[in-house]
Write a protein that binds this ligand. Structure first.
Ligand SMILES: Nc1ncnc2c1ncn2[C@@H]1O[C@H](COP(=O)(O)OP(=O)(O)OP(=O)(O)O)[C@@H](O)[C@H]1O
Ligand SMILES: [Mg+2]
Length: 290
């Protein structure tokens, strides 16, 4: 029985080469994990720990070793996505990967094209692949995607500046899903949006997760996201893996100060209240990334 994992990462190192006055930077080192189809991986860690770099690589936004453009490249180990090995991948393989992996970049709302309507933003990946794709069919697809992210069709003809940050985030999510990807890579999907919309985005992710073949990598330090929308989580610290497992296990056994800090910042919802009567306002409950 050897069904292929959606993602297999083995001893992966990724670096940004030196450019001008800035030295090269090893953003990931010695990262290994396997993600089966139908699983959702959470990725957390402090700022600069390599989360977005990992997200970019897995979304196929990685450069060949000798490319001259700036960007991440694999300097050790291997990452395979849907059977494509990325380390020595040719452009064609990477195009396959970017086709099958939907990517919601960090601060995605800001990556919408300001001069395009919502409909054209959502349909953009279609026309980037095939500029002759029938406009009407693309429009219908965009409308379906808006429905998927629970936005009213009335926003189709609006422009990004006319939307709230939460609506823009959902438009970006619709764009990430428009090609019907096999894997979604979402980098901080709930950062920078207000609390009510954040709940809507988390609901959406957990609804997507109900489909048994939904596979995703979700970078987040939002515990509600990690709890409700992931099966297993990877903790990074300065590019190295320092924790791996279901989020409650990771938090219960903090092998690293970063995780310990995170674990302290929350109250396990049930156990504490079982043990002792609740004291009013014992300690304010820290906000989970509202
Ligand atoms: N384009 C780039 N060129 C050079 N170095 C980079 C580039 N992007 C990121 N880095 C470096 O790679 C390391 C990892 O950055 P990355 O953006 O992956 O971290 P992160 O965990 O996503 O951080 P954050 O929580 O702030 O989003 C950092 O040291 C960063 O300075
Ligand atoms: Mg990041």
């Amino acid at each position: 029985m050897s069904s292929e994992p959606a993602i297999a990462v083995s001893d992966l190192s990724v670096e940004y080469p030196a450019r001008g006055p800035s030295a090269s930077c090893v953003a990931l080192r010695g990262v290994s994990f396997r993600l089966e189809q139908g699983q959702v991986l959470g990725v957390l860690g402090e700022t600069g720990s390599g989360k977005s770099t990992l997200a970019q690589v897995l979304a196929g936004r990685v450069l060949p070793p000798r490319a001259s453009e700036p960007g991440p490249r694999i300097s050790g180990g291997e990452a395979s996505v849907l059977g494509h090995r990325l380390r020595k991948a040719k452009k064609r393989d990477l195009a396959e990967v970017t086709f099958h992996v939907g990517y919601l970049p960090q601060e995605a709302a800001a990556t919408l094209e300001p001069s395009l309507s919502v409909q054209d933003n959502v349909a953009l990946p279609i026309f980037e692949r095939d500029e002759h794709y029938p406009r009407r069919a693309a429009g219908e697809r965009a409308a379906t995607m808006l429905d998927t992210v629970h936005l009213p069709l009335s926003v189709l003809n609006k422009y990004p500046y006319e939307l709230s940050s939460g609506q823009r985030q959902r438009v970006a999510l619709a764009r990430a899903l428009v090609l019907g990807p096999s894997i979604l890579v979402a980098d901080e999907p709930t950062a920078g949006i207000d609390a009510t919309v954040r709940d809507a985005v988390i609901d959406l992710l957990s609804q997507l997760r109900e489909h048994k073949d939904f596979t995703a990598v979700v970078v987040s330090h939002d515990l509600a996201v990690l709890r409700r929308a992931t099966d297993v989580s990877l903790v990074l610290q300065a590019g190295r893996p320092v924790g791996y497992g279901p989020i409650e296990d990771v938090l219960a056994d903090p092998a690293h100060p970063f995780v310990a800090g995170l674990a302290r910042a929350l109250k396990p919802p049930q156990r504490r209240t079982e043990r002792r009567p609740q004291r009013a306002a014992a300690r304010p409950r820290p906000k989970e990334n509202g």
